[in-house]
Design a protein around this ligand. Structure first.
Ligand SMILES: [Zn+2]
Length: 276
């Protein structure tokens, strides 16, 4: 089964603390929330622990989105080091909340060839995984499928990394809107989602489809990729064929709504999905 949730606090409870927001998400009838640490993770582990306890009580699945300002393979050493440090901080907080998925933007190719970027990225992820292991962190690195061709993180790259490193240690986040933008409006029908899921299964097996973590919204894009997220009524990429493909492939996991209409559109998706 797929559950649905919000990227950050629902709009109707945005003045509340993250702790209160967990209850709010439940009241709205959603089942997941992504903690947004997109300007850096400043939450204290003791607060994260309380949020985790509350999430368990209300059966809300928590995940986290790390800082927007990472580049794990930056040619500037201080940026790359700072990015690693930020992920360790976020990983500690997420572990305190007993949550798993640590969604992150890996970085940019810049002057690097795609092949070099891939190999460098692999090294950094392996190093991070060692640090996570040594600290007994249970957070799992979940690099996100990115919406611009200048950003590291195509579907193929992420699942190849996961296949090589091991799915238990690196679980990609599929952002369907980013995929649509990156691939120039590729998604038109169920078959297009089916191809995506076939690649996931080929690379990491059925368990990849049974533990999906995804982002969804509509998206505005140009040939340079993503411009901005749109509400679901733009239907680009279309949601109904996705809901159908999720059922066809017997997928389980979480879809986090990143539309500007966060909770309304999360509920819209939930309703369509449940009615199939
Ligand atoms: Zn993101």
């Amino acid at each position: 089964m797929i559950i649905f949730g919000t990227a950050g606090k629902p709009l109707q409870c945005k003045d509340e603390s993250s702790l209160e927001a967990v209850e709010c998400v439940k009241k709205i009838n959603l089942d997941a929330m992504e903690l947004e640490f997109v300007h850096g993770c400043k939450m204290k582990p003791e607060n994260a622990k309380l949020i985790g306890i509350k999430a368990k009580e209300f059966n809300i699945k928590l995940s986290a989105h790390a800082s927007y300002y990472l580049n794990l393979i930056s040619p500037k050493k201080e940026i790359a080091e700072k990015s690693v440090k930020e992920l360790i901080t976020t990983g500690r907080v997420l572990t305190a909340a007993k949550a798993e998925r640590l969604v992150l933007h890996s970085g940019f190719y810049l002057e690097m060839s795609k092949e070099n970027a891939y190999n460098e990225m692999k090294k950094v992820f392996l190093k991070l995984i060692e640090i996570f292991k040594s600290e007994n962190l249970t957070a799992v690195l979940s690099p996100e499928l990115m919406g611009k061709p200048t950003q590291f993180g195509s579907l193929e790259e992420l699942y190849s990394l996961s296949e090589e490193i091991g799915y238990d240690y690196l679980k990609p986040t599929i952002d369907f809107a980013h995929y649509h933008a990156r691939e120039n409006g590729k998604i038109k029908e169920k078959e297009d989602y089916a191809k995506l899921f076939e690649l996931v299964e080929k690379k990491v097996g059925k368990k990849g489809l049974q533990t999906l973590h995804c982002h969804m919204s509509s998206i505005n894009f140009t040939e340079k990729g993503e411009r901005n997220h749109l509400t679901m009524d733009s239907d680009a990429p279309p949601f109904k064929p996705l809901a159908q493909a999720l059922k066809d492939f017997n997928c389980s996991g979480t879809i986090i709504c990143e539309s500007p209409n966060i909770e309304k559109d999360a509920l819209y998706m939930k309703k369509i999905y449940e009615n199939i």
